[in-house]
Design a protein around this ligand. Structure first.
Ligand SMILES: Nc1ncnc2c1ncn2[C@@H]1O[C@H](COP(=O)(O)OP(=O)(O)OP(=O)(O)O)[C@@H](O)[C@H]1O
Ligand SMILES: [Mg+2]
Length: 340
């Protein structure tokens, strides 16, 4: 379960705010998460619940006007990282306390992020091989181009793309191939942690299944710890060891994938799972969740899910339930579960 083994990443009381003209919106609200090494954590929840904001906060890349306003992000650096400009010693570092040169040394090398929109992340003017060369040179100016191309070819091959295609330009690839290239670029520096934000969402189900299989194989090959962000619970059923269900910027439930799919505890997790089609029971009526999440600029008191929750009690309208340990070490933020 969650406590076993060592954690590569520990997030403590992390909050992010977006200062908009309409007011302040909490994009991430008091999130606690542990990420056991070599495991995949799935981050799921409806659009706008804070998945990308949380993922980007780990890299300290929250887009303007967002700002991390509180929290610690503890990361275990395995080996000293030394670049021309800075160094980060091995051991436990608090990402919140690193300066910008140290952050740049960490990004890509230790933590890689695959952005939600692959089209905007590839440069149409340069070949795929040059993308690899640029990423690798940015971290090690002395690296030979030939070596970078060799690495690129090896990675492309394991992603099912012919190695010769390193000299092609992004527009010469299909959407699925471009997404594979993005994953490959994320792996170029052999990161410890890979954060993949909706890596297969824009693809058809066959390509999606292939890519998920390739990601799983790469995870083994590279000894990766992963955060897989998706609103598709079906994807997580195939890939995740543990799953965090988010709602209105908070983690509502954190369980092993097996426990969650067998018996979701939080009413929101229950509703979310009932909205997933089940091919083995096509006659089963799909449930959708009535209502919509509240506006983050005008948050409601208590549990933000209470207006939609069939089990809402008086306390749910006044007190925010903290994420507490309930049965078998599962974590749930709901007044129905008072905790151990
Ligand atoms: N640039 C921004 N300015 C203002 N508010 C923002 C900005 N980006 C995100 N937010 C707010 O923060 C909340 C979380 O957004 P985020 O993009 O993290 O959600 P998400 O779970 O990744 O959604 P999706 O599944 O649609 O990608 C949203 O409610 C959104 O309104
Ligand atoms: Mg997102």
């Amino acid at each position: 379960m969650m406590e076993n083994g060592s954690n590569l990443l520990e997030i403590r009381d992390l909050s992010v705010e977006y200062r908009t003209r309409r007011g302040v919106a909490r994009g991430v609200d008091s999130v606690f998460l542990n990420l056991p090494e070599n495991k995949t954590l799935g981050l799921a929840g409806e659009s706008g619940c804070g998945k990308s904001t949380l993922g980007r906060a780990i890299m300290r890349l929250v887009p303007y006007p967002g700002e991390i306003i509180n929290g610690d992000i503890l990361f275990h650096v395995k080996e000293d990282i030394i670049t021309k400009h800075t160094r980060v010693d091995s051991g436990l570092v608090n990402i919140m306390e690193l300066d910008e040169p140290q952050m740049r040394a960490l990004r890509g090398k230790e933590i890689a992020y695959i952005f939600q929109d692959p089209m905007t992340s590839l440069n149409p003017m340069i070949t795929i091989g040059t993308h690899f060369i640029e990423i690798m040179k940015a971290h090690d100016p002395l690296i030979e181009e030939e070596e970078a191309i060799m690495t690129a070819k090896g990675i492309l091959q394991s992603l099912g793309i012919s190695p010769e295609r390193v000299s092609d330009y992004p527009h010469q690839f299909s959407g699925g191939m471009r997404q594979r290239v993005m994953i490959g670029l994320g792996l170029a520096l052999k990161p410890k942690l890979l954060i993949a934000d909706e890596p297969t969402t824009s693809l058809d189900v066959i390509v999606e299944a292939q890519i998920l299989e390739e990601i799983a194989a790469l995870k083994e090959e590279y000894n990766l710890t992963m955060i897989l962000i998706t609103h598709n619970l079906g994807v997580l059923a195939q890939t995740a060891d543990n799953i965090a269900i988010m709602y209105t910027s908070r983690v509502m439930e954190l369980s092993s994938a097996i426990d969650l799919f067998e018996e979701p505890l939080h009413p929101y997790a229950q509703a979310l799972l009932q909205s997933v089609p089940d091919v083995t029971q096509p006659e089963k009526q799909l449930q959708w969740i009535p209502g919509a999440p509240p506006d983050l600029v005008n948050p409601i008191p208590g549990c933000m899910y209470n207006p939609r929750c069939p089990h809402a009690m008086e306390i749910c309208r006044t007190d925010v339930p903290p994420l507490v340990k309930v049965q078998d070490g599962r974590l749930v933020a709901c007044h129905l579960y008072p905790g151990e």
